[in-house]
Design a protein around this ligand. Structure first.
Ligand code: ADP
Ligand code: ASP
Ligand code: MG
Length: 407
């Protein structure tokens, strides 16, 4: 008998009918001879609703009390699904993160899972009960409720699968797999049959929010067989797995995009050693992560320095940079939060030259100006004006032969 962890996201538990449908699927999986552990998100939109309540009181709400609030969303669905399972004649038992226990560090709102005690869940399974676990939450060593960051239920599910040594982890969502691009933007996007952990990790990091980044890290570290499936339609979904040779043959696995970043430039900085650290040091001290960086040498002895940060950190980073500009007697600061990042990802890139030039040519053909570029072994990212995001993603999707109907 195999053990399967099934995770259902917000739309999959979006209302009572959907919760009943989840109960049916869980029971059907059991009837097919498997052991099932369920991990749930809050009802779709609930986490946003709770957040906006908090922001109505304090626009900067964060930390401990926000976690107490946000974690309630998942407590509602685990109780409802457990009731639905029981009403259909199965034994079930709901668990909050604290009840299991899911131990995390103490970074409220973006905590990391450190350890999971599997005893209570195993005991429930042995007693013939279906464990129904609240995703997205845990507790720190002082017993405070923590949450794992948006999309965190994916990570709870994969970490749970690792702790239970489950045979498979199934992520049920509103799309029937991982696509070559966000199907909401690219109509011709195709479902990917199999994708390497490393590619999926890049896709997730670069904005494909179908899986939370940490969930893919866990899956890769513990070699969890992870499948993304639709809770609305039957189908094989997408298997996320270790890389093999056949994957190398595919040049580009997919196109990712994100609108989460903003760009800052400091001009007229003296071109002397130590400048980058003087500029980025105070940003790092404020706990702001920097993503892409470029430095341009001007005609005189000065340079300009541009970098991107998360849009949420934009205002804070801009004020810090303005102080730095005064300190360094630099030429001032400019910012732009109307940018988007588009990336092409694929392990096949390792053994092929010319992808970057093909990418830049496709964007040029659409008249899209590239503002910044960064590359790694298996991805190339560009920053463009936000208004070109859709056009750029679709152009690249076609240029790399990913459109449905192409081979
Ligand atoms: P859930 O609530 O089930 O966790 P999410 O909204 O977090 O669902 O993730 C599913 C969504 O991810 C899809 O509706 C889709 O718009 C988006 N998405 C972004 N990139 C991709 C991709 N490459 N493949 C599939 N879905 C993607
Ligand atoms: N409910 C949380 C969110 O909306 C966690 C999740 O759904 O994965 O981000
Ligand atoms: Mg999600």
């Amino acid at each position: 008998m195999s053990l399967i962890v099934q995770k259902y996201g917000g739309t999959s538990v979006g209302d009572i009918d959907r919760i009943q449908a989840v109960a049916e699927r869980v029971i059907a999986t059991r009837n097919a001879g498997h052991s099932v552990v369920v991990v749930l998100s809050a009802i779709g939109g609930e986490t946003d609703r709770l957040l906006s309540l908090a922001y109505d009181i304090d626009p900067k709400a964060a930390g401990r009390e926000l976690d107490v609030l946000l974690s309630t969303g998942e407590q509602v669905t685990i109780a409802l699904l457990s009731m639905a399972l029981e009403a259909k004649g199965s034994l079930a038992q709901s668990f909050t993160g604290a009840q299991i226990t899911i131990h995390t560090d103490n970074s409220h709102n973006k905590a990391r899972i450190m350890k999971i005690d599997a005893e209570r869940v195993n005991a429930a399974l042995e007693a013939g009960r279906i464990p129904v676990i609240a995703g997205f939450q845990g507790i720190d060593e002082d017993g405070n409720i923590t949450t794992l960051g948006r999309g965190g239920t994916d990570t709870t599910a994969v970490a749970m699968a690792a702790a239970l040594k489950a045979d498979e982890c199934h992520i049920y969502t509103d799309v029937d797999g991982v696509y070559t691009a966000d199907p909401r933007i690219v109509e011709k996007a195709r479902r990917i049959e199999r994708i390497a952990y490393e590619e999926m990790l890049e896709m997730a990091s670069l904005g494909s929010k179908v899986l939370q980044i940490r969930s893919v890290e866990f899956a890769s570290k513990y070699n969890i067989s992870l499948r993304v499936l639709s809770s609305f339609v039957e189908g094989p979904g997408t298997l996320i797995t270790a890389e093999d040779e056949s994957m190398e043959e595919v040049l580009i696995a997919g196109i990712a995009h994100n609108r989460d970043e903003a760009k800052l430039t400091i001009r007229g900085v003296p071109d002397t050693p130590g400048m980058a650290s003087k500029i980025l040091g105070p940003i790092a001290e404020a706990n702001i992560e920097v993503d892409m960086i470029i430095q341009n040498i001007g005609d005189d002895d000065s340079t300009s320095f541009t970098f991107t940060v998360h849009r949420n950190d934009y205002d804070k980073a801009k004020s810090i940079l303005e102080l730095t500009s005064k300190d360094l007697n630099a030429g001032g600061v400019e910012g732009d939060d109307n940018i988007a990042k588009i990336s092409v990802v694929g392990v096949g890139m390792r053994s092929h030259a010319g992808i970057a030039s093909q990418m830049f040519a496709a964007l040029a053909e659409e008249g899209i100006n590239i503002q910044m570029i960064s590359t790694s072994e298996i991805k190339i990212s560009v920053v463009v004006d936000d208004k070109y995001l859709e056009l750029g993603v679709r152009a690249l999707h076609s240029a790399f032969g990913l459109d449905q109907g192409d081979n």
